[in-house]
Structures are given as structure tokens and as C-alpha cells.
Design a protein around this ligand. Structure first.
Ligand SMILES: Nc1nc2c(ncn2[C@@H]2O[C@H](COP(=O)(O)OP(=O)(O)OP(=O)(O)O)[C@@H](O)[C@H]2O)c(=O)[nH]1
Ligand SMILES: [Mg+2]
Ligand SMILES: [Zn+2]
Length: 357
């Protein structure tokens, strides 16, 4: 095998710094541990660490390698160990803003061609959550596909209803329902995976991402775990992101289920996912309409007429707000938080006073 088979195509060749190729080799990051990596150079897997200079120069988590990244490496000990010196420009990046005061990013994966969002057809199925995933993916210019797992739990009619509910709000998205248990339509899932392309499995803990991967490689290599009886939630079994090459030569990245998908929205992703709202806003009376109560708002009118489902509208407004908050500068945010802190303090004082009198 060589690195072309791992997906190193012309796009990356053109972006590679030829000076660096005099000193370094190219490899792909296939596993990210806490402070170390496993890379593959087209021949074998090697343990790797980043160079001191890379750490020193890094300003944010975005400057560190993610699973799927192409990196410049130096080999040691007969190609059994590697030092990562730099990252080849990324074609795409799945990252999300983490919640909390500081604006920080968590890298999910790099150089993904298609993101596979998995929801299971039990209590996990949720169109609003699907929209949130799509916003994250749209903003990163990655092709999305939806898989509905655990189809064995539903009748064909119930399943068709859930599929058509998705298509009602997202007409063009590809949706495939399948089962890891009785293998129904597993072939259709396999057909989605093209050799040389990179896929990333996304979805809540317990939906069956790792079980699917085990089915794709016909082996129980990776650990899975039953879902808690009480609330149907998974237990966060997969702890790290790793890239696996399946039989036909497609590459699949398994990820740990995300606890929450807050704070990820950015303008372009929102507009891509809620395109009918973006289009309607041209017809609002005011240019800066927030669609929350203005007169002559075309979006609100469409909600009232039932053209846009209420839940979808609420989700849009909520994500829009989060996006505005995230795009504030760090200082602005701190000020806002401070103001909020002051407000809390004065309320507490007031309460105390009241308690005393
Ligand atoms: N009935 C049914 N159960 C399934 C199906 N797919 C997965 N499961 C079960 O769901 C549980 C969770 O599966 P995992 O593959 O560990 O889920 P995961 O998405 O990898 O979860 P995390 O690693 O925690 O993110 C396991 O007990 C699986 O056997 C399916 O299609 N039908
Ligand atoms: Mg897993
Ligand atoms: Zn409006």
C-alpha cells in the first residue's frame, strides 16, 4: 500500500510544501491519544509525537494534528517511531466550539469527504438534533448522509414515516435505515462507502457507530457496550477517534458519541441548513429583521401559515442566538458574563435584604 490508497490525492500534492519534502515524509494521522498519535506512512502504523517546535508555535487546538490529517514526519528507529513537524493544509475540518467562557475548539476529524450522521430509531431519533449536526457539517463544506440504525426495533411503516418526516424538512438529504442486529440493508450502507474516500461516523453515544464499524470489517475488534435500560442512553464506550480502512479501501473514522452539540453554529452553516428561512428573509420588511416579532416578517408569516414547522423555527432562533454569542470577541463575552455576574450579585443582595426584613 502507498499513501495514495490512504487518500493522498492531487489536491494534497498541490498543497504540499516541496521544500519540506526534502527533509520530511508524508503520513496520515489515524489515531489521536492524549499527547501522542499513531500515523500510517502507507506501509505500516507508527507511534508518533509532535515536535517541540510545533507545540511551541501552536496558538490553539486547531494547530495540532487531528485524526485524518496529513502530516510531515521524520522517522526514527527503522521507521518504528515518528516525529510530526507540521500539518499539510486541510481540505476540510470537523470541529466544534466547546461551551464555556473561552472560545475554544475541539477537533473532531480532518480531511473528511462525507460525514455520516447516525441516529438510532429509538428515543435517539430527533430531527432537531439532526439539524444541529447538519449545521456543523454544512459550515465545513463536507457532504452529509444520514443513517438510521436499529431498524429492527420498528415496523417498516413506522420506519418509512420517520424517513419521510426527515425529508419533509430536508428534502435532498440521503437517508438509509439499517440494522446492525439483523443486518437488514447493511449492503446499502456498504454501497455508500467509496474506496479512497474518508468517512466520519457522528452521533450520540449508543446509536451503534462502533457496531456498524465492526460489521463493516466483519470482526468484533472494537469495543461496544449495551445502552442503559433506563433512559436509552449510551455509556461513551469509544474513547478516542480512529481511522479504520475497511475491506473495499474506504476509510472510516469512529468517534466517541458527543454529549452535546451546543455552540457550533456559524452563519454559513445555519443558512445552508435552514435555507428556506434564509430565502424568506429577503421578503421581510426590514433588512435586519431578526424574525422574532417584527412587522412584515415573512418568516413569522410562514410559521403562522404552517409552511415552516414551529419546532424547526424555534431551533433556528435558538441556534442563531448561540451563533451570535459565539461570534462575539472574547472581551465582549467577558463583559457580558461580568454584567451577568453583577446582575446575579445584585439579585442575591436584594434577596438577602428581603430575608432579613
Ligand atoms: N437492536 C439493535 N441494537 C443495536 C444496533 N446497533 C447497535 N446496537 C446496540 O447498541 C449498543 C451500543 O452500540 P455501540 O456501537 O457501542 O454505540 P456507539 O455509537 O459506538 O457508542 P459510543 O462509542 O458510546 O459513542 C450495543 O449494545 C449494540 O449491540 C441495531 O441496529 N439494532
Ligand atoms: Mg463507539
Ligand atoms: Zn423576518
Amino acid at each position: 500500500m502507498n499513501i495514495d490508497k490512504l487518500g493522498f490525492n492531487k489536491w494534497f500534492q498541490d498543497k504540499t510544501d516541496s521544500d519540506k519534502l526534502a527533509d520530511y515524509h508524508i503520513a496520515r494521522v489515524i489515531t489521536v491519544h492524549k499527547n501522542s498519535y499513531i500515523v500510517n506512512n502507507g506501509k505500516s502504523d507508527l507511534f508518533a509525537e509532535v515536535s517541540g517546535k510545533l507545540t511551541f508555535d501552536a496558538d490553539s487546538p486547531l494547530d495540532y494534528p487531528a485524526v485524518g490529517d496529513w502530516v510531515y514526519v521524520q522517522f526514527f528507529n527503522d521507521e518504528s517511531f515518528a516525529i510530526i513537524h507540521g500539518i499539510v493544509p486541510r481540505k476540510s475540518l470537523l470541529a466544534r466550539k466547546t461551551s464555556g467562557k473561552k472560545i475554544a475548539f475541539q477537533l473532531i476529524a480532518a480531511n473528511i469527504d462525507t460525514a455520516i450522521i447516525i441516529q438510532s430509531l429509538d428515543s435517539n431519533y430527533n430531527i432537531r438534533r439532526l439539524e444541529r449536526y447538519l449545521v456543523m457539517i454544512n459550515e465545513n463544506d463536507i457532504h452529509p448522509v444520514v443513517l438510521l440504525s436499529k431498524s429492527d426495533l420498528l415496523t417498516p411503516d413506522e420506519m418509512d414515516k420517520k424517513k419521510s418526516d426527515i425529508h419533509q424538512v430536508m428534502p435532498s438529504i440521503q437517508v438509509v435505515a439499517f440494522s446492525n442486529k439483523n443486518y437488514s440493508d447493511l449492503d446499502r450502507v456498504k454501497e455508500l462507502l467509496i474506496p479512497g474516500k474518508t468517512y466520519c461516523l457522528l452521533g450520540s453515544s449508543g446509536v451503534g457507530k462502533t457496531t456498524l464499524l465492526n460489521n463493516l470489517i466483519n470482526d468484533d475488534v472494537f469495543e461496544t457496550q449495551t445502552v442503559r435500560e433506563k433512559d436509552g442512553k449510551g455509556r461513551h464506550t469509544t474513547a478516542r477517534r480512529q481511522l479504520i480502512i475497511i475491506e473495499n479501501g474506504a476509510m472510516v473514522i469512529d468517534t466517541p458519541g458527543m454529549r452535546e452539540l451546543g455552540n457550533i453554529s456559524v452563519e454559513s452553516g445555519l443558512h445552508g441548513t435552514f435555507s428556506e428561512i434564509a430565502e424568506l428573509s429577503d421578503q421581510c420588511r426590514y433588512n435586519d429583521c431578526t424574525h422574532t416579532g417584527e412587522e412584515g416578517c415573512a418568516v413569522l408569516a410562514a410559521v403562522q401559515d404552517g409552511i415552516i414547522p414551529g419546532g424547526r423555527y424555534q431551533n433556528y432562533i435558538k441556534m442563531n442566538k448561540e451563533s451570535a454569542y459565539n461570534e462575539m470577541s472574547y472581551l465582549e463575552k467577558r463583559q457580558k458574563d461580568k454584567q451577568f455576574g453583577k446582575l446575579i450579585k445584585s439579585v442575591m443582595k436584594y434577596k438577602k435584604k428581603k430575608d432579613v426584613t
